[in-house]
Design a binder for this molecule. Structure first.
Ligand code: PMP
Length: 358
């Protein structure tokens, strides 16, 4: 390119970004991305196929995905005006920062947590204030968070948290709403795997600054489809509706998501089986003295093993089992994140770990 380089022409806030690397390697057992690897009930598979194949592709989608919004609203006991659908939760996180962040405004996060909050904030020229979790149990320092959030535009906390697995204390959310003026995003991407009642959806009506993020990528096993949604006050939803990429949720995704959400009761046994497997995996891991782990309310476990990067490489290369390496990440020395798989997949993982650690 003549004259200035592309980097020089680039918006300064975007200069340091690299393409996202999911650190994927082809393996027989992939427990690296917190996907749902369990088979779905035949009835759900059939409904998904039917929905996708009967959807005409020559017409543009409904920009607001209203049929899907209505079904999600009915499920959560809110109105259509409280729901916005996005191309995965990621799009909604980005759009929230695009709307409510910007120069001179800050986002408060509690790392280790989902890294896209920080990335998207930087892209949107929003300052990021990090209130690190305690090193031993990854709990949040409530006072420090409230203090940091007093002047923030936005707070993003994850419940259950990725990658630490813990639920946020509702009393902390209460304090953030009462003692700060920020918009509070509670990211409930994994909440279906937590005990009944863990979601704070029932708080929405009384708390217009509270927003909940949900996704069909986890419990609904539709990570490839790209569908997430936000539950929030209508004034927030209106803003998101106005700035969104108009057709980001395609017709196939809308149709399949509607079918899946309509059949949510039939997916309950799948979620129950993942939760049961999480407990079984956790007990089995506790029998390996080298492995430290933290309690999880999600579909994954965070573990610490000596030489984690090497353990991860051996799992991949010798046993064709892929887990996520977080050992390079601040606050997560020697940590691996293991998605809960099917019983067979979990057995493969356990057998491999026993062999490596013996
Ligand atoms: N929030 C958290 C905490 C996540 O871990 C993820 C995905 N890994 C997302 C949001 C976004 O998920 P998706 O874009 O697939 O809906």
């Amino acid at each position: 390119m003549s004259g200035r380089s592309v980097q020089e022409r680039l918006r300064p806030a975007l200069v340091s970004f690299e393409p996202y690397d999911p650190a994927f390697s082809p393996c027989e057992v992939n427990l690296s991305a917190n996907e749902n690897t369990h088979p779905l009930p035949e009835s759900v598979n059939r409904a998904l196929c039917e929905a996708m194949t009967s959807t005409p592709l020559n017409r543009y989608p409904d920009p607001l995905a209203n049929a899907l919004r209505d079904e999600l609203a009915a499920w959560h006991g809110v109105g259509r005006s409280n729901v916005m659908v996005g191309n995965g939760g990621d799009e909604l996180i980005f759009n929230l920062l695009f709307c409510f962040g910007g120069q001179g405004r800050s986002l408060v996060v509690c790392p280790p947590c989902f890294e896209e909050y920080k990335n998207f904030a930087k892209m949107c020229e929003t300052d990021v204030v990090e209130v690190w979790r305690r090193e031993d149990d990854y709990s949040i320092d409530d006072d420090a968070l409230v203090e940091a959030a007093r002047t923030a535009a936005l707070i993003m906390i994850t419940s259950p948290n990725n990658p630490t697995g813990d639920l946020v204390d509702p009393a902390l959310v209460r304090r953030l709403l009462d003692e700060t003026d920020a918009l509070v995003l509670l990211d409930e991407a994994y909440v279906e795997f937590a005990p009944e009642g863990a979601s704070l959806a029932s708080w929405l009506a009384e708390n217009p600054r509270l927003m909940l993020l949900r996704t069909l990528s986890k419990a609904f096993a539709l990570a490839g489809l790209r569908c997430g949604y936000l539950l929030a006050d209508p004034a927030i939803i209106d803003v998101l509706a106005a700035i969104r990429q108009i057709y980001s949720e395609d017709v196939v995704a809308q149709a399949a998501a509607l079918a899946a959400v309509s059949m949510r009761d039939e997916l309950r046994p799948v979620v129950a089986s993942i939760v049961a497997e999480r407990e079984r995996l956790s007990v089995a891991l506790s029998e390996l003295p080298e492995v430290e782990q933290w309690p999880s309310s999600a579909n994954f476990l965070l573990v610490r093993v000596p030489g984690a990067a090497n353990v991860r490489a051996r799992l991949r290369d010798e046993f064709s089992v892929l887990v996520r390496d977080f050992s390079y990440a601040p606050g997560l020395a020697d940590c691996l994140r293991i998605t809960v798989g099917t019983p067979t997949e979990n057995d493969r993982l356990l057998e491999a770990l026993r062999a490596i650690l013996k």
